[in-house]
Write a protein that binds this ligand. Structure first.
Ligand SMILES: Nc1ncnc2c1ncn2[C@@H]1O[C@H](COP(=O)(O)OP(=O)(O)OP(=O)(O)O)[C@@H](O)[C@H]1O
Ligand SMILES: [Mg+2]
Length: 353
């Protein structure tokens, strides 16, 4: 999506903001605490219905106010889009798309694609497997929306099986009561492993290309895990009963990220881990553009720090030609080329330079 205008009322540090945005690369500069992240966050809420940094919507409303509103106008491919998200912590969040109310604000995800980089995202590489599993499950939801519920359904089946295991070991119920959940874990688990493996296969070529371009050679990603089966689960039933938990299945899998022979999860430098996250994001952006017919909105917060000037240029050139990208920095000179638009943020205000 290309956002043409954004208007904020009582969102974070903005009491009132009306702004026109250019397509292409938009550089957002300002001192620490000026409100750059607030602006990007508002665009995320306005296009996806939720904040990338908090689930507590009340935090988005400006201190001392009762309600906030984010309104956007823009283009999704050739079609005009208008979105309005209102936050009234007492009544919840409401969203409208082209004037029609949505059942839930999060439904915007199915309509508009936005990808975000924040420094927290480095956890996708350097964090534990749980962060990577959640990340790749979200990518699955974006690339194959019909399969978005799969990871939640699988997690529910594992939770039910675990509860059945604990009941059986406490002799509140028989071992037979575990069997239906074992079936469920095997069926949903196999589908989840297949889907994640597919996501990794979709992303891998673009990931390797973008990483190579950013100076991270022979980058690979490999899904680490096997589909669970009833036989495998039954074979470890005694151990599972003892632990009261299912010790096999995609809730324990991981994705291996390597450059050459190095495991980037443990041995990547800070900058290399950042490049890895960026290569993942750019690879996904290309897939979304291909599948949906329009490029996603890219929101890159604090992405330039830790990147050397050459890599900053490569990144900027890569995003330059596609859709719309907002990049934040504390100074304009951080970007080694001219953006389509330069926005200067000062506390509570944004002006086009
Ligand atoms: N709900 C809110 N109401 C009013 N102000 C808020 C609210 N939430 C956060 N702020 C303020 O917004 C300010 C700007 O935050 P923001 O994270 O956008 O800055 P930034 O420009 O991204 O800074 P940095 O360069 O350090 O990342 C903070 O000082 C914070 O106190
Ligand atoms: Mg910030």
């Amino acid at each position: 999506m290309i956002v043409q205008t954004v208007s904020l009322r009582n969102i974070r540090s903005y009491a009132r903001l009306d702004l026109g945005l250019e397509p292409g690369l938009v550089l957002v500069v300002g001192a620490n605490g000026a409100g750059k992240t607030n602006l990007l966050e508002s665009l995320h809420v306005g296009t996806q219905g939720f904040s990338p940094r908090t689930r507590a919507d009340a935090q988005l409303v400006r201190f001392g106010e009762q309600a906030g509103r984010i309104a956007l106008r823009g283009m999704r491919g050739e079609t005009k889009v208008e979105v309005e998200v209102t936050l009234q912590p007492a009544e919840g969040k409401r969203a409208k798309l082209n004037g029609a109310p949505l059942r839930a604000a999060e439904q915007l995800r199915l309509e508009v694609a936005t990808l975000v980089f924040t420094p927290d995202r480095l956890a996708v590489v350097k964090g534990g497997p749980v962060v990577r599993r959640a990340y790749f499950d979200r990518v699955l939801g974006r690339l194959a929306p019909a399969r978005a519920p799969l990871s939640v359904e699988y997690a529910a089946a594992v939770a039910q099986r675990n509860a059945a295991l604990r009941r059986a070991s406490a002799r509140y119920s028989s071992r037979e009561a575990i069997a239906p959940w074992t079936e469920q874990v095997a069926t949903l688990g196999r589908r989840l492993v297949e889907s994640r493996t597919e996501v990794v296969a979709w992303l891998a070529p673009g990931f390797a290309e973008r990483a190579d371009e950013l100076g991270l050679p022979t980058a690979r990603m490999t899904y680490e895990g096997e589909p669970p089966t009833v036989e495998l689960l039954d074979a470890r039933l005694e151990r599972d009963l003892e632990r009261g938990a299912t010790g096999l299945g995609p809730h324990l899998d991981d994705v291996l990220l390597t450059s050459g022979t190095r495991d980037l999860r443990s041995f990547g430098s800070q900058g290399e881990q950042r490049l890895t996250v960026l290569a993942l994001l750019l690879a996904e952006a290309e897939l979304i553009a291909e599948r949906r017919g329009f490029a996603p909105l890219l929101l890159l917060d604090d992405v330039l720090s830790e990147l050397d000037p050459n890599r900053r240029r490569i990144l900027a050139e890569r995003v330059l030609g596609t859709g719309q990208t907002l990049i934040t920095a504390t100074q304009a000179s951080s970007l080694p080329l001219d953006p389509a638009q330069l926005l200067e943020v000062s506390p509570g205000a944004v002006r086009a330079a």
